[in-house]
Design a protein around this ligand. Structure first.
Ligand SMILES: Nc1nc2c(ncn2[C@@H]2O[C@H](COP(=O)(O)OP(=O)(O)OP(=O)(O)O)[C@@H](O)[C@H]2O)c(=O)[nH]1
Length: 571
């Protein structure tokens, strides 16, 4: 909700040299959100929070999974040596699937806090995020977090940082974000080591759209970084991308809740509502300027590249319009998802969606269910890519080719491999974590297409092909992949009143088979005699349970089965 205290903060009191725009980048779970909460508390933007409640993680799925999906912004006011500074903090997600959000956030900043866990040290996304910041020529402040842990070894981590990133050990700030230890030094370093934005109040107004959200009542809320001049409520602005003009209905800063103001000035970061009705109008990377003062556009972003594609279909075709509007709404808030209409004989009308990774896909699906109460069938994710990542073990099974190997210190090694993306996209990350007791980490980037000996494998239930489970497999692995999928389907599909044959086939040749034995489940068995209302209740409950099933031929398949069968269990 928007705050009512319009303009209680006089933003004109913050000339460009007293503004710092920065973000926090790190490997997943190294403590970005915890540090962000501490910074917010220390600068009075929020009152001290209950334990573990992370203010910048707003989405339900973020709180449930303990991960950041969508970057958030907060403006902090910090007093340092008798001066007040406006520090604009942009929180960023840590999981590899969301690195696109990191590069967006970086483009609105002049510096980053690079958090490294004092126990785990440098991990895959620490390296990937470092290079994003380094290539953008941002000031990088290394922060070693979790020094309170029993196994913390900040000195070893500082020397890793010096070795891998060439940043002297003594520049590392050692903190415990959880306990608040030495966090003040982080705020001081933001002021001392990060340069102010290069932006002049005397230039024409020019702003970069670096994120956008959709609000049911006000339309698009764009997050902007002002690179020049000033803008006020009522001004007419133009989107350079579309050439369309809009009136500024509302603007302000985020603390982290919206705090409306009358104006925004050069160097500041805030939000703007202009009556745009579609997030596609607020293109990430677009330049906004005043109608009468055209400017040269700012360099935009590379559009996010979808890596994983899957079909989404309503469980019940009568839910199609509802699901369409839910997908439209959700993609309004996540422009990295690509959507195309799709239809299939078995599943009816639906869509083909592109995601940044499997976690991204699962989060999207979870949000559809939680926020829009939608019931969806997701088909097998498909990919045509290769990836570069680190770690042995698993490698041979997944057709990996080693590219190089660098020792980070005497205990850690960073390895690069070339993989077919379909070998790693579903469960590789989980498996790598469990095989290495959580020590190994990985990151990947697209290495282009390459020819391979692949074939299409079908899965049949009582002779009926299951479209959702058509997979592309390597010829040499077809037999074992088909057998494993049949076994997992056998575990995932409950027994029904008739026998079910689960088969994998290539063309017309069946290569694997499992059987699910017949079984009769009579929900009324426990209702002896008369109570008809109780019987009705049970039948209703059973009918609701069935809604979560997908009927293939006459076989009922639980929705979860489609994703569960794809997760392999390598030994
Ligand atoms: N002991 C200790 N635990 C910490 C500290 N900072 C964070 N943690 C814990 O580490 C876990 C991860 O912290 P988060 O702040 O959620 O990590 P994150 O980097 O924001 O994670 P993503 O947003 O998913 O990338 C949580 O359980 C925190 O309570 C610290 O200084 N000391």
């Amino acid at each position: 909700m928007a705050s009512t205290q319009t303009d209680t903060i006089d933003l004109s009191k913050f000339p460009v040299d007293r503004i710092r725009n920065f973000c926090i980048i790190a490997h997943i779970d190294h403590g970005k959100s915890t540090l962000a909460d501490r910074l917010l508390e220390m600068t009075g933007a929020i009152v001290k929070t209950q334990k573990n409640k992370q203010v910048l993680d707003k989405l339900q799925v973020e709180r449930e999974r303990g991960i950041t999906v969508k970057a958030q912004t907060a403006s902090l006011i910090y007093s340092h040596q008798g001066q007040q500074y406006l520090l604009n903090l942009i929180d960023t997600p840590g999981h590899v699937d969301f690195s696109y959000e990191v590069s967006r956030s970086i483009s609105a900043c002049q510096g980053v806090l690079l958090i490294v866990d004092a126990n785990q040290g440098i991990q895959a996304q620490t390296v990937a995020n470092f290079y994003l910041a380094f290539e953008a020529q941002l000031a990088i402040i290394p922060v070693i977090n979790k020094i309170d842990l029993k196994n913390a070894d900040p000195e070893r981590v500082a020397s890793q940082i010096e070795k891998v990133f060439d940043i002297p050990c003594n520049e590392c700030i050692r903190i415990s974000a959880k306990l608040g230890t030495n966090v003040e030094a982080v705020l001081q370093a933001v002021v001392d080591r990060i340069p102010p934005p290069v932006a002049s109040i005397d230039d024409p107004f020019k702003a970069l759209v670096f994120d956008s959200n959709f609000d049911h009542y006000r339309g698009v809320v764009a997050n902007i970084a002002v690179f020049g001049g000033r803008v006020r409520k009522g001004d007419r602005i133009v989107s350079a991308y579309l050439g369309k003009s809009y009136e500024v209905n509302e603007l302000g800063i985020l603390r982290p809740d919206e705090h409306p103001t009358q104006k925004l000035f050069a160097g500041q970061v805030g939000y703007m509502v202009t009556g745009m009705k579609d997030v596609k109008e607020a293109q990430i990377g677009d330049t906004l300027y005043l109608k009468e003062q055209p400017v040269e556009t700012l360099p935009g972003f590379k559009p996010a590249k979808a890596m994983v594609f899957a079909g989404m279909f309503p469980t019940d075709q009568s839910d199609y319009p509802g699901l369409r509007s839910a997908i439209e709404r959700l993609t309004l808030n996540d422009s990295s998802v690509t959507v195309q209409r799709d239809s299939s004989m078995a599943l009816g009308a639906g869509w083909r969606l592109g995601f940044l990774g499997l976690l991204h896909m699962e989060v999207f699906n979870q949000r559809l269910e939680q926020e829009y109460n939608a019931s969806v069938i997701v088909t097998a994710p498909t990919v045509p890519y290769k990836a570069v990542l680190s770690s042995p073990r698993l490698i041979k099974n997944r057709r990996g080719i080693q590219k190089n190997m660098v020792y980070i210190d005497d205990k850690r090694v960073m390895m690069k491999y070339l993989f077919p993306l379909n070998e790693i996209v579903v469960d590789f990350y989980d498996l790598l974590k469990s095989l290495s007791s959580g020590y190994a980490s990985f990151d990947y980037e697209n290495a282009g297409y390459q020819a391979a000996d692949l074939i299409k494998m079908n899965i049949l239930l009582n002779g009926q092909p299951v479209e959702e489970l058509i997979t592309i497999v390597h010829r040499g692995r077809a037999y074992s992949a088909g057998k494993a999928m049949c076994e997992r389907l056998q575990d995932s599909i409950p027994r029904q009143m008739f026998e079910i044959a689960v088969q994998a086939s290539i063309g017309s040749k069946v290569i694997a088979r499992e059987t699910i034995k017949a079984y009769r489940k009579n929900v009324l068995a426990k209702c002896y005699g008369g109570d008809i209302t109780r019987k009705m209740k049970l039948l209703k409950k059973q009918a609701e349970g069935k809604k979560k099933m997908r009927l293939i031929g006459n076989v009922e398949v639980p929705k979860d089965a489609f994703i569960n069968v794809l997760k392999r269990k390598d030994k």
